[in-house]
Design a binder for this molecule. Structure first.
Ligand code: DQA
Length: 145
């Protein structure tokens, strides 16, 4: 199947950004590992990171025509703020998994609420860069069932 991995704002700084919370792996490490993992399971994985809400909205809209079967999304801080991303995901009706490196529920109160999670198939949070591998496995199971 065709998977789309989206990463939101500040995730381009992974590796140097608050490593105690987010680990030492860079986003390229994560994207490369995700692509390998997807390939092992027989899937194709496309990816995009953006610091701009509208760019992410546009990329979600593209899934209407590019054959994407499932979206894996770490929306970063937009998780807690973005009705526009929620509406985009609702609009394209593609199944998606919300994922986070950190356990957002163990952190500040403002990270406990997600505008996107109510529409997600499921949420994976707290496993560091392994959250991405787990999300790919979850997508694989979901698409095969
Ligand atoms: C994050 C958690 C968010 O609360 C935060 O704003 C991020 C990263 C995570 O992967 O743990 O930028 O999505």
């Amino acid at each position: 199947a065709k998977l789309l991995l989206l990463n939101g704002p500040n995730l381009n700084l992974l590796g140097q950004r608050e490593p105690d919370i987010y680990g030492h792996e860079t986003l390229s490490d994560i994207e490369r590992n995700a692509q390998e993992k997807a390939a092992t399971l027989g899937h194709q994985l496309d990816y995009l990171q953006s610091n701009h809400e509208g760019v992410l909205v546009d990329r979600i809209h593209q899934t209407l025509t590019d054959g994407t079967d499932m979206i894996l999304f770490n929306p970063g801080a937009f998780t807690h703020t973005s009705i526009a991303l929620r509406d985009a995901l609702a609009g394209v009706k593609r199944p998606f998994i919300e994922l986070h490196l950190s356990n957002v529920h163990a952190r500040e109160d403002f990270r406990h609420h997600s505008y996107l999670a109510p529409l997600a198939v499921g949420v994976i949070a707290g496993f560091g860069s392994n959250s991405y591998a787990l999300a790919i496995e979850a997508a694989d199971h979901y698409l095969k069932k």
